[in-house]
Design a protein around this ligand. Structure first.
Ligand SMILES: [Zn+2]
Length: 52
């Protein structure tokens, strides 16, 4: 299965991200830091979903 960066389409080692505009996506390292520096990435909430 080919997973590609949601922004540039590159197949690379991808990071899960919670993007302000795009939702839950995968990003390559380059796009991750680019989006992160634009403050487009929200913290991932990965640990269970107790009590919500
Ligand atoms: Zn990318």
């Amino acid at each position: 299965m080919n997973i590609k960066c949601s922004i540039c389409g590159k197949e690379d080692s991808l990071f899960r991200a919670n993007h302000r505009d795009l939702g839950a996506i995968k990003l390559c390292a380059g796009c991750w830091s680019k989006e992160h520096s634009k403050e487009k990435l929200l913290p991932l909430e990965d640990k269970g979903s107790c009590c919500r």
